[in-house]
Write a protein that binds this ligand. Structure first.
Ligand code: ASP
Length: 306
């Protein structure tokens, strides 16, 4: 049974700022990215292609905090992180702190498939991109008025917006199982609004923001990156299944609802196991998410239960 789940970040805007019109735009963006990834699986494509395509679609949508629409660092730049993992081979690729790459997830995949490395950072990652035929985009490509306003509010000390809450609206990820039983996971983000430049969160860290292993499950995370790194969230979920006899739901719930809150870590994950079962769990007010499994309908949700 093949299936795909995606997320567009955990946490929500303050209710007053999430108009229903705006919520509909997020839902439409999620539905479109889900359809893009699902069509890959439906036509017999690989889970790696499905997660790459779904995440790239979300990176291109300025509503989400990844690719175009990424949040700003405190000094007004966009530094992007992404990673991808192949559950069949345990190969992985990641980039961090890139500033000129339109689709960081595609570069992460190229690092996995065409280099001897797992994680390339900053200008080294961009020089590598050039050798692989990527075109660099100017920094202005990532500048959106909305994210700039959010940075200004953070700089002005607006108490209604914490850097955490607003950046959670929008980190993106995907997990998939294809018709051959192969799992893959991918995550992409601009990180946290107002972050110090050079700061790297969990999203490009294999085992924290992303992990996939055909013997257990594939996971993509979103939330307070520092805590997700310390809790090795994505790998912990896989390990609980592989060594601890948990099923997917149990493993996900233990980590998201017990381990993370104990460390003060807000956020959530999406995951799919080798049988194609999907779990989407969060300890924040909401998590933008969508999923579709073979033979089923597409489901899109933001808050608990809806
Ligand atoms: N996990 C991301 C980071 O810490 C942010 C997020 O998911 O909202 O960079």
């Amino acid at each position: 049974m093949f299936g795909l789940a995606i997320h567009g970040g955990a946490g929500t805007l303050p209710r007053a700022e999430m108009s229903s019109e705006r919520e509909q735009r997020y839902r439409a963006g999620l539905a479109a990215a889900l359809a893009t990834g699902y069509s890959v699986l439906e036509s017999g494509g690989t889970s790696l292609d499905a997660v790459t395509r779904a995440v790239a679609a979300l990176e291109d949508d300025p509503l989400f905090n990844a690719g175009r629409g990424a949040v700003f660092t405190i000094d007004g730049r966009n530094e992007l992180d992404a990673s991808i993992m192949d559950g069949a081979t345990l190969r992985a690729g990641a980039v961090s702190g890139v500033t000129h790459i339109k689709n960081p997830i595609e570069l992460a995949r190229t690092v996995m498939e065409h280099s001897d490395y797992v994680l390339l950072a900053g200008s080294g990652a961009e020089e590598f991109a050039l050798t692989r035929g990527f075109r660099l985009v100017p920094r202005s490509y990532f500048h959106t008025a909305e994210r700039w306003r959010q940075l200004e509010r953070i700089r002005a000390g607006d108490g209604k917006l914490s850097p955490l809450t607003i950046s959670h609206v929008g980190t993106v990820g995907a997990v998939a199982r294809d018709s051959h039983g192969r799992l893959a996971a991918a995550t992409s983000t601009g990180g946290m609004t107002g972050k110090r430049y050079g700061r790297i969160g969990d999203s490009p860290v294999i085992g924290a923001g992303t992990y996939a292993d055909d013997r257990s499950c594939a996971v993509s995370a979103t939330g307070h990156g520092e805590i997700f790194i310390r809790a090795a969230v994505a790998h912990d979920i896989c390990a609980r299944m592989r060594f601890g006899g948990r099923d997917l739901d149990q493993a996900v719930r233990e980590v998201v609802l017990e381990e993370l809150p104990a460390l003060g870590g807000e956020g959530g994950v999406i995951a799919v196991d080798r049988r194609g079962r999907v779990a989407m769990e969060f300890n924040s007010e909401g998590m933008f998410r969508a999923s579709r499994v073979q033979g089923g309908e597409a489901e899109v949700a933001v808050y608990r239960g809806a």
